[in-house]
Ligand binder design. Structure first.
Ligand SMILES: [Ca+2]
Ligand SMILES: [Ca+2]
Length: 468
């Protein structure tokens, strides 16, 4: 995210796309990173960050698997064009400006590469690295796998080149800064399996990490103490892990704040550590400090609320159910909070996994006042996501038991899908998902549709848009 512009990396093409005011920039792609290795499902161009000193420091940083030497590279590119966004917002990047910052991060296995770059409020660059399928080296600070690194890029010379001497990027306040090993001096957190996505609290600088599990547990870690060991591979979430590592003291492990089993998903994605910033699309103060997560293979988005040292899933009126804060969002590979308090999320894929991806926004909207039909108060919430590509959630709340009818109409006023046919429904929250198909099971075309909820002789209507 860059002053209202969105930068998107494409994993397997190495392309960096720039979105300006909802459309691709005039120069597209803005950059193609060369020599990206795309073995397996997990390698590729995985992460990007913008220098916090932009536009005076017009730098982008990328995290990618490098083809040729079985190493992960962290590199910087110098950006030209409309840096201050006074014109059309288009940017230019000369690939020859590539400055290699780290080129020796092990990548012998094509999986477990980490992949996130983010700057903290301290101006330092944080880098996630998976264990490269090695297990115990994740607990060894001298081997740069299974770690979050913290480096200082402020003193790097301008232009292309690199890599720098280790001392030039080592922050003076890293936890192992006095270690004789240069690798260890870059380590911020360790004992992680594959922290593909993490976020940083813009207030405290603490990290919320989604650590993808092996075969039994997915976990979220809240990293508040530099130099913490999160236990992999001796621990997997809240249970024993697959390996015992000689000389590693389990008593020092920091446990996860949240776990779920593989009946609920297969790959956790660490979402924003949210700050209610008062912006025009900001969620209320009750969201301040909450940690979001999703699972790449499951449709849900979840919200964790902290109380003291314990965290639990939030239950907010209007949620699809007591566990999920949102639904209908499979294939989400990353999300972040924007300056206006909204959240963007990226779906890498759609449908059953072969459809195109999209960037979407979640923003706070004050609850819509309900009309009061005979028989009890009723709320019919705005359909979401909006617009929708395939699934649309239609949520409503009944104050009392009632007979309900829910029908979708096309713009010509034809009833095309009966979702609820005069059924007796209990008081409370209800979550209905329309799959974009008519009563004959055919996928309907893109366009505007109307959902009508009829309760006790009164009807409420909501418009929705399918983009297909
Ligand atoms: Ca790897
Ligand atoms: Ca762990």
């Amino acid at each position: 995210m860059l002053d209202g512009r969105i930068l998107v990396v494409e994993q397997t093409t190495g392309r960096v796309r720039l979105v300006v005011n909802g459309a691709l920039a005039a120069i597209d792609p803005v950059l193609t990173v060369g020599n990206v290795n795309i073995g397996g499902n997990e390698q590729g161009l995985l992460g990007i960050a913008v220098d916090p000193g932009w536009p005076a420091r017009p730098y982008l940083y990328v995290h990618y698997d490098y083809a040729g030497t079985f190493r992960i590279h962290i590199a910087r590119f110098t950006v030209g064009g409309d840096l201050s966004f006074t014109g059309n917002g288009s940017l230019t990047i000369d690939p020859a400006t590539r400055y290699d910052i780290l080129t020796d991060l092990p990548d012998n296995a094509n999986n477990h590469n980490g992949g996130t770059l983010r700057f903290g409020p301290d101006g330092m660059l944080y880098i996630s690295l998976g264990d490269d399928a090695t297990g115990c080296p994740a607990t060894d600070p001298t081997v740069l796998v299974g770690k979050i690194l913290r480096i200082d890029v402020s003193a790097l010379p301008a232009g292309g080149g690199g890599p720098p001497a280790s001392g030039l990027i080592t922050p003076a306040d890293n936890p192992l800064v006095n270690d004789p090993n240069a690798n260890a001096r870059l380590v911020w957190m360790y004992g992680l399996r594959n922290p593909f996505r993490f976020s940083i609290d813009p207030v405290s600088g603490n990290l919320a990490i989604g650590d993808v599990g092996e075969s039994l547990r997915e976990e979220v870690d809240y990293a508040t103490v530099p130099g913490s060991d999160f236990g992999w591979p001796m621990r997997e979430g809240d249970i024993a892990g697959p390996s015992s590592c000689p000389g590693v003291d389990p008593l020092t492990f920091k446990g996860p704040i949240h776990v779920y089993t593989h009946s609920d998903g297969q790959a956790v994605i660490g979402g924003p550590l949210y700050r209610s910033n008062g912006g025009p699309n900001s969620f209320p103060a009750a969201y301040d400090g909450d940690i979001f997560l999703n699972d790449f293979y499951s449709p849900w988005l979840r919200r964790l609320k902290g109380s003291g040292s314990s965290w639990s899933l939030a239950a907010t009126p209007g949620q699809p159910n007591a566990t999920d804060w949102g639904s209908g969002a499979t294939w989400v590979s990353d999300w972040l909070e924007t300056a206006d308090g909204a959240m963007l999320y990226c779906r890498m894929l759609s449908g059953t996994g072969s459809g195109p991806g999209s960037i979407r926004r979640i923003r706070y909207a004050a609850p819509v006042a309900a009309t009061a039909p005979p028989g009890g108060a009723l709320e019919f919430r705005a359909p979401y996501p909006s617009p929708a590509r395939d699934l649309v959630a239609l949520d409503y709340r009944l104050a009392a038991d009632a007979s309900v009818r829910l029908t979708v109409y096309d713009v010509a006023g034809r009833a095309i899908r009966s979702l609820i046919v005069a059924a007796a429904e209990p008081a409370g929250e209800h979550h209905v998902v329309w799959d974009g198909r008519d009563d004959a099971g055919r996928a309907v075309g893109p366009g505007l549709y109307l959902a009508r909820l009829s309760v006790a002789g009164a009807a409420l209507e909501r418009r929705l848009v399918l983009t297909r």
